[in-house]
Design a protein. Sequence first.
Length: 92
Amino acid sequence: MYTTMFRLPRTRHPFLRAVSAVIGVLILAALVVFGFFAALALVTIGAVIWAARQFVRPTAAPAQAERPQAPPPPPGVIEGEFTVVRDRSTTR
């Protein structure tokens, strides 16, 4: 059995059906247009924030640019970070 909480009865008059269909299409079109302008506003705000951050970004200090490079690691050494994980069965 299928029940609904709130359901309007369909009109029987053909003119009222056509008017309600037109109203429904107009509401859908208004929602699409509103969504388009909302998305356009979000993109515009994002572009303004991105542009402001690009122009305000500080440049690299000369001391950082002239920093000497680290010597290359010897052959057979893999650079990276690691974490030691102990096995619980071996620690008891």
